[in-house]
Ligand binder design. Structure first.
Ligand code: ADP
Ligand code: MG
Length: 314
């Protein structure tokens, strides 16, 4: 049974003092550089999370995503620059109780039951979420009494997700939360992440799937080699990377096609012409009006992965 935001809030909202930081960013990295020996993992990175938003940190392997999360969790210190979470150092004890995380390297014992893991994690926090809420949000019904080691990969990921919620955090970091899941399981976890957002939690997730960032995020920050290379809403990110591909056989000249609104490129591919445009439907309508012989029309679904590759190309 899905949990409604209202029921949840009345039940388990933190009872601590006034939320004076309400309009302030929840967490920031300001001019953060992180070196591991001679390797530069983050290069003067700026990042700011506003209350209640889902931000996706998107980038290829080695971009610096996990490093950014480790710094925000206080698990690692910046070489230079400043890291603030709820207005203080991320290692501050009060700050830590308000943060939950699902890390890529999470290792928990295989030999105890899911329910025991939940109880253990809940015991670390002053105001933990009720187990029943955690089970509902992370969809663990029916596997609470199974040993962690006996679960499938996707179920393990959901348990790790559940552990991130145990302390009823206001801010949640999810480092590649759907890695190794099939598309159906990924969609399931996306829905669970949206529930968190509906409850007013701030979520930073990392992913190397543009599709995932697009499905979940209010804002996407694309990083590569430790630097921000693009930032905006999913629509803005897709626009900035050139739009959709229209492939067809047409008698129209490249020059004319290039002049149509929102067209970003025109190329030949054998006999076919490939037009990239932000508003593909409008462009196709124009092309059909002007060329009765137009044939073999295909419009590629938003070229998400291409867009991402274009953005992160060095
Ligand atoms: P991502 O999570 O985006 O894949 P990471 O933040 O894990 O990237 O890594 C960023 C860069 O920092 C990579 O070049 C990686 O090899 C390096 N790096 C990360 N952690 C360490 C470490 N503990 N020691 C040395 N190099 C590291
Ligand atoms: Mg990583």
């Amino acid at each position: 049974m899905p949990l409604t935001a209202t029921a949840y809030e009345t039940e388990i909202q933190p009872t601590a003092g006034p939320r004076i930081e309400h309009r302030q960013p929840v967490a920031t990295l300001t001019g953060v550089t992180k070196r591991y020996g001679s390797a530069l993992a983050l290069d003067r990175l700026n990042l700011s999370l506003r209350p209640g938003e889902i931000v996706a940190l998107l980038g290829p392997n080695g971009a610096g995503k996990s490093t950014a999360i480790k710094l925000l969790l206080g698990l690692s210190s910046p070489t230079s620059g400043s890291v603030r979470v709820f207005g203080s150092d991320p290692r501050n004890a009060a700050t830590r109780t308000r943060v939950g995380a699902m890390l890529q390297v999470s290792r928990i014992t295989e030999m105890i039951k899911v329910r025991e893991h939940l109880d253990l994690f809940r015991s670390y926090y002053p105001r933990p979420l009720p187990v029943s809420d955690i089970v509902r949000i992370a969809q663990l019904q029916g596997i609470e009494d199974r040993l962690f080691g006996q679960l499938s990969g996707g179920q393990k990921q959901r348990v790790l997700f559940a552990l991130a919620l145990c302390g009823n955090p206001d801010l949640i970091f999810l480092d590649e939360p759907t890695v190794g899941m099939d598309i159906e399981a990924r969609r399931g976890l996306w829905a669970e992440i949206r529930v968190l957002s509906a409850l007013g939690k701030t979520v930073l997730l990392t992913t190397h799937y543009l599709e995932e960032a697009d499905a979940l995020a209010d804002r996407i920050i694309v990083i590569n080699k430790g630097r921000v290379i693009s930032e905006g809403t999913p629509a803005e990110i897709k626009r900035s990377s050139g739009g959709r591909r229209i492939r067809c056989h047409t008698a129209l000249s490249h020059e004319l096609l290039q002049s149509l609104p929102t067209v970003t490129s025109v190329e030949s591919s054998g006999e076919a012409t490939i037009v990239t445009a932000i508003h593909a439907e409008k462009v196709v309508r124009e092309m059909l009006l002007r060329d009765e012989t137009l044939s073999g029309l295909e419009i590629a679904s938003p070229a998400l992965e291409d867009a991402f590759l274009a953005l992160t190309k060095t």
